[in-house]
Design a protein around this ligand. Structure first.
Ligand SMILES: C[C@H]1O[C@@H](n2cnc3c(N)ncnc32)[C@H](O)[C@@H]1O
Ligand SMILES: [Zn+2]
Length: 445
């Protein structure tokens, strides 16, 4: 299968390469990008005449860019969108979310995950990094929807060794069953939940298991001031140093993603930069739960690789990375009282190349040899006139609903706003049904 995209404004997001191409073309052969370049001399038409191309997309009036990577989700939780709002994290989890999740079934997570995939396709996310339960179901949804997913099982052990053994075994099975499946679109990680819900010994075990399996690890860390205080009271140090004591942040063997990182000290930031930890910044969730403002500009200045995530749909309440990009930029500016903090291009890099490469090294930028994961953003829109700077447009003016076409691993998932891989109506209906049934089981209704 070959796809030739022509007449596009291309934002390659290739940090060492091309940058932007005003009138560009891009050739996809099988699942890889095989050519990319300037089309002002009609190169695309010459390629089409020379080679038999299966599909030609005229992208005039659109921005072609890498698909967005959402590096922190709980996809099955999409069923809990709007289930409990306007609460602080601890209360929200303990009084509302965990009791609801105690009633989850595999079928709930399957339809919740498919709904999440649908929303991600519609709003430009080609890859995501997940931590949840019944992960076989999320894997099946990813397989069907055609996007890219890095899946971990959310392990909560609360210092119970027996429970810890079971949790590790479940995550190990996820890795052995799904790593590399769907032509490599599905990858896996280990997901110890957080330093205040899992013991230090358990988190160290999870890291060792990840290294043994050759997959990454992801964790929530320093999300709230309450976590920081709890760690200081109980261990006389913050979460970052508590885990550094067992060498958790060492990334020489496998990648480590730290979600939230709101309450990081300057020393914690230096340590993450030295160790090569990837941070997943979740500004909307942090604002909604009033967790605080992560020092993202400081992290970037220190050389930390920062990416963007939505968190679960119940604390956001969407999976829309365009909203996340705009919020990230605005929050950092108001948080530092500096309008130069987190400029637009840095935000787009967080959502594309930085996030992409932690999920799959061959994604996140449009360049020859990378996997063909990309989107077309429609600029035939009132909110897209005029465009003086493509990054400014993408962060401050574009909407997730401007995404008109998505290709993942060389396959078209949405073309001209039409979803080709899922029955949209069925997914929405079934997800609604499962959500209301879950709420009834959890005695919410
Ligand atoms: C994997 C586990 O993480 C929970 N979860 C969802 N959102 C957050 C958050 N912002 N912080 C911590 N845990 C969260 C899920 O509800 C699930 O219980
Ligand atoms: Zn989370």
């Amino acid at each position: 299968m070959s796809i030739l995209i022509k007449n596009a404004y291309i934002a390659t997001m290739d940090k060492d390469g091309t940058g932007e191409i005003q009138n560009g073309f891009l050739l996809i052969e099988n699942n890889l990008i095989s050519q990319i370049g300037d089309n002002s001399n009609g190169t695309a038409d010459k390629i089409a005449a020379d080679k038999g191309i299966d599909k030609i997309i005229d992208a005039k009036g659109a921005i072609l860019m890498p698909g967005l990577s959402n590096t922190h989700t709980h996809l099955g939780m999409t069923l809990l969108r709007g289930y409990a709002d306007d609460m602080a994290l601890k209360d929200w989890l303990e009084a509302q979310i965990w009791p609801a999740e105690a009633n989850l079934t595999a079928e709930d997570v399957y339809w919740g995950s498919l709904l999440g995939c649908l929303e991600m396709i519609r709003s430009g996310t080609t890859a995501f990094c997940d931590m949840y339960f019944f992960m076989d179901e999320t894997a099946k949804a990813v397989e069907k929807a055609g996007i890219r997913g890095c899946l971990s099982y959310g392990m909560i052990e609360f210092g119970d060794v027996e429970k810890g053994n079971k949790e590790i075994a479940v995550n190990e099975k996820l890795v052995s069953d799904w790593q590399g499946k769907a032509n490599g679109r599905i990858t896996t990680m280990f997901g110890p939940h957080a330093p205040n819900t899992c013991s230090q010994a358990f988190i160290a075990r999870a890291k060792a298991a990840a290294e043994k399996a050759g997959v990454g690890v992801q964790i929530h860390v320093l999300e709230t001031e309450a976590e920081l205080n709890y760690m200081k009271e109980n261990f006389d140090m913050c979460s970052v140093h508590h885990l550094d004591a067992v060498d958790f942040w060492n990334t020489s063997k496998v990648p480590v993603i730290a979600a939230h990182c709101v309450w990081m000290s300057d020393g914690d930031i230096r340590l993450f930069a030295e160790k090569g930890v990837t941070v997943s910044h979740n500004p909307i969730s942090n604002m909604k739960l009033a967790s605080g403002i992560a020092p993202i500009q400081k992290m970037l200045d220190a050389g930390v690789s920062v990416t963007l995530g939505t968190d679960g749909c119940a604390s956001n309440n969407t999976l829309n990375m365009f909203e996340e990009m705009k919020t990230a930029a605005l929050l950092q500016k108001v948080g530092t009282m500096s309008p130069t903090a987190l400029p637009a291009k840095a935000v787009v890099e967080m959502a594309t190349i930085n996030g992409g490469r932690v999920i799959d090294k061959q994604t996140g930028a449009l360049k020859v040899g990378n996997k063909a994961d990309m989107i077309l953003v429609d600029t035939n829109k009132a909110n897209a006139a005029p465009i003086f700077d493509v990054y400014s447009h993408l962060v401050y003016a574009a909407a997730g609903s401007d995404v008109k076409t998505m290709i993942v691993d060389g396959k078209i998932l949405m073309e001209d706003y039409k979803i080709l891989v899922l029955d949209e109506k069925e997914v929405i209906e079934k997800a609604n049904e499962r959500a209301h049934s879950l709420a009834a089981r959890a005695q919410k209704c």
